[in-house]
Design a protein around this ligand. Structure first.
Ligand SMILES: C[S@@+](CC[C@H](N)C(=O)[O-])C[C@H]1O[C@@H](n2cnc3c(N)ncnc32)[C@H](O)[C@@H]1O
Length: 381
């Protein structure tokens, strides 16, 4: 890759502004769109994105675009593409196609022609086995208004799968949503973080990693390693550049369920953060910083995903818990505030906190909203 090409970082709906901010931090000039953010990238920036982006699920690199209105034309134009510059002959490929408002609409036929042209350039490739861990080069072919774009997925595995969460409890939050929630909380320098409903520990792990300057992709294989575009020297430079964090803040996580705490500890250990998070198995009110606020940190953010209770009637039974949660946040004093994920606005209102929506996205088939409340001191202003 000698010159920058068009790239697209895909994310869950609603996370685009946070992803654009992350891209800006990495030196990109972001162009937010529905479902992701466009930007121009050279190889080094693509590698940085694969290592550092916390709210993206994939980074696609656009490698070709052309006008095309017939299958024969597609076959000819696809055969002329420099596949060997992009793909390795020892890695399986998976081509997927979409078509809108185009003369070519049979996605199966589009996929077959593109696969045939790749085989023509590289010879017989390993078969793609969906159940195996072997890497696969994913190629997305998109037709819109007879305009064809070909993109390569630069991620070996989806970016939201960090690789630490092998143990899960009830309703685990996707890592990219947990990361977005921590970013939305805007944790001030030196402030602590507490998740009192931690489940499998996702929010606390994402917070501890972010506040210690650890890249979200540190446990995954290097981005682009499954493609011919990979360059080991550039990767070594990207991987070696880490910010220095001298005094990482305290991060605590609690849950009343002993199994959840055991899962969370295991996940934190796999994430390399075993000693970075203070875990407690206790119900909300009994957790150390909430039980005795004077003994805990003077300032911080509660960042959490309380139980939603999606079954009929379950929401009503959770009303007292949300009220208690609101009281706990207030009891921590002016230095603290809360950011939480909520599915049911009635439950969120029961906290009595002045919550404002930061983003709305989808999780487990439900619409969920991240809500942030100012500190009691800010409320009085
Ligand atoms: C929606 S889950 C959190 C999922 C978590 N964000 C994750 O990624 O795995 C809510 C958690 O709250 C815990 N919980 C429910 N009531 C509680 C209470 N009164 N005190 C403390 N934890 C409670 C449950 O055990 C459950 O693990």
């Amino acid at each position: 890759m000698s010159s920058p090409s068009a790239a697209f970082a895909a994310c869950l709906p609603g996370l685009e502004p946070l992803l654009a901010a992350e891209l800006r931090e990495l030196g990109a000039d972001p162009r937010p769109a529905a479902g992701g953010v466009g930007f121009d990238a050279d190889l080094e920036l693509l590698l940085r994105c694969g290592l550092w982006l916390g709210t993206a699920s994939h980074v696609l690199l656009r490698v070709a675009e052309f006008r095309c209105r017939a299958l024969g034309e597609l076959e000819r134009k696809a055969a002329a593409l420099p596949w060997a510059q992009w793909l390795r002959d020892d890695v399986a490929v998976q081509v997927t196609a979409t078509a809108r408002r185009s003369r070519l609409f049979h996605t199966g036929a589009i996929t077959e022609r593109v696969e045939r042209s790749i085989q023509g350039a590289l010879g017989e490739l390993p078969a793609h086995a969906p159940d195996s861990d072997a890497p696969v080069a994913r190629i997305a072919v998109r037709f819109e208004d007879d305009h064809c774009t070909v993109s390569l997925d630069t991620s070996v595995t989806p970016l939201h799968r960090r690789g630490y969460r092998l143990a899960t409890g009830k309703a685990p939050l996707r890592e990219d949503i947990a990361h977005a929630l921590v970013r939305a909380a805007q944790v001030p320098s030196g402030a602590a973080v507490l998740d009192p409903f931690c489940g499998s520990g996702t929010i606390a792990i994402e917070a501890a990693a972010l506040l210690r300057g650890l890249p979200p992709g540190r446990l995954r294989p290097p981005p682009l390693q499954h493609l011919a575009l990979f360059d080991a020297a550039t990767w070594a430079r990207v991987e070696g550049a880490r910010p220095e964090v001298t005094e990482p803040p305290r991060v605590a996580a609690g849950d009343r369920d002993a199994g959840a705490i055991e899962s969370a500890r295991g996940n934190a250990a796999r994430a390399g953060l075993a000693d970075a998070i203070e875990f407690t198995c206790a119900a909300l009110r009994a957790q150390p910083w909430l039980n005795d606020p004077a003994a805990g940190p003077a300032s911080g953010r509660i960042v959490t995903n309380p139980p939603y209770g999606v079954r009929i009637g379950a929401q009503r039974s959770l009303l007292p818990l949300y009220q208690t949660f609101g009281n706990c946040v207030r009891s921590l004093g002016a230095g603290w505030s809360a950011t939480m994920i909520a599915h049911d606005p009635r439950l969120a209102r029961r906290t009595g906190l002045p919550l404002q929506a930061v983003f709305t996205t989808r999780h487990g088939g439900l619409s969920v909203t991240a809500l942030a409340a100012g500190s009691p001191a800010e409320e009085g202003q």
